[in-house]
Write a protein that binds this ligand. Structure first.
Ligand SMILES: Nc1ncnc2c1ncn2[C@@H]1O[C@H](COP(=O)(O)OP(=O)(O)OP(=O)(O)O)[C@@H](O)[C@H]1O
Ligand SMILES: [Mg+2]
Length: 278
């Protein structure tokens, strides 16, 4: 892909216990400012692919490029441009307090102490973390830990953000706030993003592109959320959920009521209300 910020082709990862994960099929690419969701069943290889983008797998063959570099070998060259949150957030929260954890990624970026403090304060407020700032990340609840890790990845304002199951364990307000922050970072700075999730209802309003990874590690399709969520047999075979709106649009079409795929309930309601009143 021209101008891709991240690309993966024919990835094969051999984990230390001998388990081998092969990701084939379509090439995986993320364009500049593109927001991509990677969907697939448990064990299909989503985290393996995302960890490869973050330079966190050893025993790898195949092509992995992020900003033109191999993240496994040249991570220092891309460190300032990429941010990531792992599925197992515990593994990445290493500072003694939440405040130090959030400030950690800002070190070495030429920011004054005041600028760094302001950015930490602002992101903490967005994720409602203020009351936790002096706590040890290790003793936080699961959702609190994930929010600290997400805040730590966003505070550095990366050009590419890699998020493995970012919504897992978050309450509704936190999910909304995260979706809003991700949209803002994209609109304001053109941030590109790759995320994996099993919670698909957020996606039509959040990403440009969806990949479906089959159960055997084959990348089966790359298309818009609207197009992919219309591919019911492929999604069922891949054990991928469909957003409630896509269900409703599909059920209406089976009853002879054609409605264009729409990204949110308000617009679908407008379209249906207009017809009912007609
Ligand atoms: N550290 C590891 N050591 C050995 N095998 C692993 C390791 N991590 C993952 N695997 C194996 O690799 C395969 C792909 O796992 P991966 O974590 O990439 O799947 P996933 O799509 O992210 O699944 P989930 O939806 O459950 O997060 C699975 O068979 C898994 O058991
Ligand atoms: Mg995973």
């Amino acid at each position: 892909m021209r101008g891709a910020v991240a690309e993966v082709g024919a990835l094969s990862v051999r984990y230390p216990d001998g388990t081998t994960v092969e990701i084939g099929g379509l090439p995986f690419a993320v364009g500049a400012s593109e927001r991509v969701a990677l969907l697939g069943a448990n064990g299909s290889g989503k985290s393996t692919l995302l960890r490869a983008l973050l330079g966190l797998v050893s025993g790898r063959t195949g092509e992995v490029r992020v900003f033109g570099r191999d993240p496994g070998r040249e991570f220092d060259a891309i460190r300032s441009r990429i941010g990531g949150v792992l599925q197992d957030v515990e593994a990445q929260l290493l500072a003694p307090t939440v405040r130090l954890d959030l400030a950690f990624g800002l070190q070495g970026r030429g920011l004054s102490k005041g600028e760094s403090d302001d950015r930490v304060q602002e992101i903490a407020q967005r994720f409602a973390l203020q009351a936790l700032m002096e706590r040890a990340p290790h003793y936080l609840s699961g959702g609190e830990k994930r929010k600290v890790a997400l805040a730590g990845a966003l505070v550095t304002e990366p050009d590419l953000l890699v998020l493995d199951e970012p919504f897992a364990g978050l309450d509704p307000r936190s999910r909304d706030e995260l979706g809003q922050l991700l949209r803002e970072a994209h609109e304001r700075r053109g941030m590109a993003m790759v995320l994996s999730t099993h919670q698909v209802h957020e996606l039509p309003a959040l990403v440009d592109t969806v990949y479906v990874l089959g159960q055997d590690g084959t990348l089966l399709v790359r298309d818009t959320p609207q197009a992919v969520f219309g591919m019911r047999p492929l999604l069922a075979a891949s054990n991928v959920d469909v957003p409630p709106l896509a269900h409703l649009i599909d059920a209406l079409s089976r009853r002879g009521v054609a409605v264009d795929a729409l990204p949110d309930a308000e617009r679908l309601a407008d379209a249906l209300a207009a017809r009912l009143r007609a």
